[in-house]
Design a protein around this ligand. Structure first.
Ligand SMILES: CC(C)(COP(=O)([O-])OP(=O)([O-])OC[C@H]1O[C@@H](n2cnc3c(N)ncnc32)[C@H](O)[C@@H]1OP(=O)([O-])[O-])[C@@H](O)C(=O)NCCC(=O)NCCSC(=O)C[C@@](C)(O)CC(=O)[O-]
Length: 313
């Protein structure tokens, strides 16, 4: 099952998953500046924004403007979050590379986040897939609460596989298994990842972890051991779903890249450039960020020894 490939695809989500959760509106030009800087860091994909209801997510109400103003770099895929047909129409008018569809594996979180039953969501997304299929725009489905729901508890593997089957049946070839509020743990991740790939060997899977309970890095390694090498992560570790109680920061991109590179994986991401962008975040969003690497530096960022060490005989 495990591919043992050393290539890892990093997919940056801070300007969508991170900024959606900020109380203070981030100016459009600042969002564009961050996306443009991230575009030069070596990511496979950047989730720029979301085409959700501005009443639900006021922080991203400038989605069209951001999409029209960013400077796209060759080799980077630009994706956006799409919850319904209206969102897809808006997104397609902006020349997206990928529509990242979203629905939850738990009924309660779907109702909370998207104000639809899962069946209603699926019907909306089915129409989106039918409209986009055959065009140059790729389609990904992000399955929220795959590893547990903060309101319902555990979600069974069978339930996740049932929805994966339904999306595969309508032609979706990319799927993200999302741990919305950091409930996933490594053996659960290995089991879910193995079964999903066994049932859908032609589907490209991504893992989307939150570090709510400090298990994101362990879960990333568990995913790799099960053969999944695509990861969403968020600059500075910011983010979370505003409609999931207890949601907090995503897996932090720089912390993950640092660990994966030490483990011999090729992430393609320039860690120094990334840290430069991360360093601008606290001022931009007006608060501290969870990033450990920004505080500590890479493991060989050494400190001068205290003067007195020279006199110790
Ligand atoms: C799904 C809806 C729209 C339903 O919201 P609703 O209020 O039930 O929508 P509606 O269809 O009844 O429409 C109400 C109004 O919204 C408008 N509307 C409707 N759709 C759109 C749209 N796309 N864009 C712009 N406007 C829209 C629509 O036109 C109408 O306007 P009005 O007539 O009142 O002027 C809403 O609940 C919504 O936008 N929810 C998104 C919530 C969200 O973004 N959550 C965070 C992202 S998901 C996440 O973070 C998890 C993830 C992906 O990271 C993975 C993980 O960790 O799990």
């Amino acid at each position: 099952m495990a591919t043992h490939s050393k290539k890892v695809f990093m997919q940056e989500v801070a300007t969508r998953d991170g900024f959606q959760n900020e109380a203070q509106f981030i100016a459009t030009e600042d969002k564009v500046r961050v996306v443009d800087a991230l575009s030069l860091c070596g990511f496979a994909k950047i989730e720029v924004t979301s085409f959700t209801s501005p009443k639900a997510i006021p922080a991203l109400r400038d989605a069209e403007d951001v999409m029209h103003q960013i400077k796209r770099q060759p080799g980077v895929e630009y994706t956006v979050l799409v919850p319904n047909v209206r969102g897809a129409e808006r997104a397609l008018s902006c020349g997206i590379d990928e529509a990242n569809l979203v629905m939850s594996m738990s009924e309660t979180h779907n109702r909370s986040n998207l104000r639809m039953t899962r069946e209603q969501s699926f019907e909306q997304l089915r129409q989106v897939v039918a409209a986009i299929s055959g065009s140059r725009v790729a389609i990904n489905i992000s399955l929220s609460t795959t590893f547990g729901c903060p309101m319902e508890g555990d979600v069974s593997e069978d339930e996740v596989m049932r929805w994966l089957d339904r999306f595969a049946d309508i032609g979706v070839k990319r799927a993200t298994l999302c741990d919305t509020t950091g409930m996933a743990y490594p053996s659960q991740v290995r089991s879910m990842a193995s079964r999903a790939q066994q049932l859908h060997p032609d589907m490209a899977f991504t893992m989307h972890f939150h570090n709510t309970r400090s298990m994101a890095q362990a879960n990333a390694l568990a995913s790799l051991s099960a053969g999944i090498n695509r990861f969403d992560a968020s600059l500075g570790g910011i983010g979370g779903c505003p409609y999931a109680p207890g949601a907090s920061g995503n897996a932090c991109t720089e912390d993950m890249v640092h660990m994966l590179e030490l483990e011999g994986f090729d992430t393609g991401v320039d860690l120094n450039k990334l840290l430069e962008v991360s360093r601008t975040l606290p001022t931009l969003i007006g608060h501290d960020i969870p990033s450990q690497l920004l505080k500590a530096g890479p493991r060989l960022a050494l400190h001068p020894a205290p003067e007195y060490t020279r006199d110790v005989k």
